[in-house]
Ligand binder design. Structure first.
Ligand code: C5P
Length: 236
């Protein structure tokens, strides 16, 4: 598998073409940003951890019936994935109130939700990823009605599977963000990453934050938290 020219560089990842027309290589960086790029930093070893955690979770989800872009881990920071065009919607699933939901609704962080909440944001850095609903997504033709039905179904199923996977490892899954992509034949698959960058993960006993909020909120021990998640997810 040859790594060819870069096709994309985001805040935390680079994507490269390969000599296979339907396959890309994702490379995870240690760069960290928050608040739509206003806060910048480095979390040492983050790229390696996010690569491994994402791949482990993607394979678990694939086995349980969620189609994903994952093909094969190539190295500590590199993974071969199926080429997709990303649906420009960030799908957020919440089980416990935190972050922007706590601010928006004036509910204390840590309040359990009676049932999962699903939100969409329009993936657009210049606009700061504004929250949208189904009507906006359809009117802006970000996805079709059928695709949104599939995306919602997958997102809620992923939530069930991750809730129980993390619970078995002493972790509360507070909320997380998913992205979906279309294969060349239009099939929708789970793409992007599932990592401490994109999930809020709290220790089930102490409620200690083991995710990117340690970086966002200057709580310290960021690297240790990411290491702890890697250790618990991989089971060693
Ligand atoms: O900021 P907010 O509380 O809306 O974030 C909800 C969840 O989505 C958090 O787990 C956060 O890490 C994730 N998220 C993300 N990328 C974004 C926005 C949110 O991974 N651009």
């Amino acid at each position: 598998m040859k790594k060819l020219e870069q096709v994309y560089e985001g805040k935390a990842k680079k994507v490269f073409k390969t000599d296979h027309p339907d396959q890309y290589i994702v490379e995870y960086k240690d760069d960290a940003t928050a608040f739509n790029g206003q806060k910048k930093g480095t979390i040492l070893g983050k790229g390696v951890i996010n690569n491994k955690v994402t791949n482990h979770l993607m394979q678990m989800l694939e086995e349980k019936g969620i189609p994903t872009h994952f093909i094969q881990e190539l190295s500590d920071r590199e993974t071969l994935v199926r080429k997709v065009s990303i649906v420009p919607i960030e799908v957020i699933v919440r089980n416990i109130v935190a972050g922007s939901l706590a601010t928006r609704l004036g509910i204390s962080e840590g309040t359990p939700l009676k049932r999962p909440v699903l939100e969409y944001s329009y993936k657009n850095d210049e606009l700061g990823d504004p929250m949208i609903n189904t009507y906006h997504a359809l009117a802006m033709e970000l996805a079709s009605e059928d695709e949104l039905v599939t995306i919602n179904r997958y997102a809620l199923k992923v939530n069930q599977l991750l809730l129980s996977y993390f619970a078995d490892r002493g972790i509360e899954l507070v909320d997380f963000k998913l992205e979906f992509g279309r294969l060349s034949d239009g099939t929708v698959v789970l793409a992007d990453e599932i990592s401490p960058d994109t999930c809020r993960l709290w220790d089930a006993k102490t409620h200690e934050k083991l995710d990117k909020d340690r970086f966002r909120r200057d709580l310290g021990n960021v690297e240790d938290a990411y290491q702890e998640i890697l250790r618990r997810v991989m089971g060693d």
